[in-house]
Design a protein around this ligand. Structure first.
Ligand code: SF4
Length: 277
């Protein structure tokens, strides 16, 4: 697929480092993207297999208010690190991919960063994708779930919801934020029957406490809208970004979870009644 016909939207990998591309960008905290005619974007991948069903175009939006200790992409935390692009240009790019995405049973996923930080921009992209007959997926931490009003959610076929911990103290240790908005968003999605895949990042020594896993599993299991719980094993592919940006990285010595640990956690979710993988 062509990568630069708009001269602005950068095709690449989520694992590429993007830093300081828009020094004039507003502060991320408190950002309000009212009209959504422009957005700040890290990059996009045109053939992702890991961001929802089928083969997908995944756009990684800049800006996130969480500060996850194990974040693989700390270069998506600030709007200033992304590239400012017009929604119309992104939509043109999506239109170019649409026939292939439809043929491959895929669609458009907005990820980040946190797409709900740029809710108006995300809404425009989702609405355009739906008008092209594409399946749409929102990858979110749920912290800003209240930014997704009912009209927004009508344009979303699937929510990939990251629940990083149940225990509030552990959640705050991991993210520096409260877990409550995420759980409220999960309950709202359940109430309207919106399909959800819950994602749980498994970090040895941090999120693997059996009691913590058990509580997430018991919370999720009764939710009929939750199609999958996906265990995402911690990895070190983002470690170099922390160093490059000059951030203190607490997990330099953390190993990925063993197969036995991954299986234990999957089985915990299954035992509670979840479809887990
Ligand atoms: S929510 Fe995602 S992008 Fe934001 S800090 Fe956590 S892992 Fe990184």
């Amino acid at each position: 697929m062509a990568s630069t016909d708009a001269g602005e939207l950068a095709e690449g990998s989520r694992h590429d480092l993007r830093h300081g591309l828009s020094p004039e960008a507003p502060e991320t905290e408190g950002y309000n993207d009212r009209a959504g005619e422009w957005g700040y974007v890290h990059s996009y991948e045109s053939a992702s297999r890991v961001d929802g069903p089928g083969i997908r175009a995944t756009l990684f939006l800049s800006g996130c208010l969480l500060r996850c200790q194990f974040c693989h992409n700390p270069d998506t935390w600030h709007l200033r690190d992304g590239r400012k692009v017009p929604a119309a240009g992104v939509i043109d790019r999506i239109a170019a991919f649409a026939p292939a995405l439809r043929a491959m049973g895929g669609g458009l996923t907005l990820s980040g960063g946190e797409p709900l930080l740029q809710a108006a921009f995300s809404y425009r992209l989702f609405a355009a994708a739906k008008s092209m007959g594409l399946h749409t997926a929102l990858d979110t931490s749920g912290l800003l779930g209240s930014n997704a009003d009912d009209d927004f959610l009508k344009e979303v076929d699937l929510v990939l919801l990251d629940i990083k911990s149940w225990d509030p103290e552990t959640y705050r240790t991991i993210t520096k934020r409260d877990v409550a908005p995420t759980l409220r968003f999960a309950e709202r999605l359940a109430a309207i029957g919106k399909p959800v895949w819950v994602r749980f990042t498994l970090v040895p020594g941090l999120t693997d406490d059996p009691a913590n896993v058990e509580k997430i599993a018991r919370f999720v299991a009764p939710m009929k809208n939750v199609e999958w719980v996906e265990i995402q094993p911690f990895h070190q592919m983002g470690a170099f970004k922390w160093k490059a940006i000059g951030l203190e990285y607490k997990h330099a010595d953390t190993a990925p979870p063993s197969a036995a640990l991954v299986n234990r956690v999957i089985e915990q979710f299954r035992a509670a009644g979840c479809r887990a993988r």
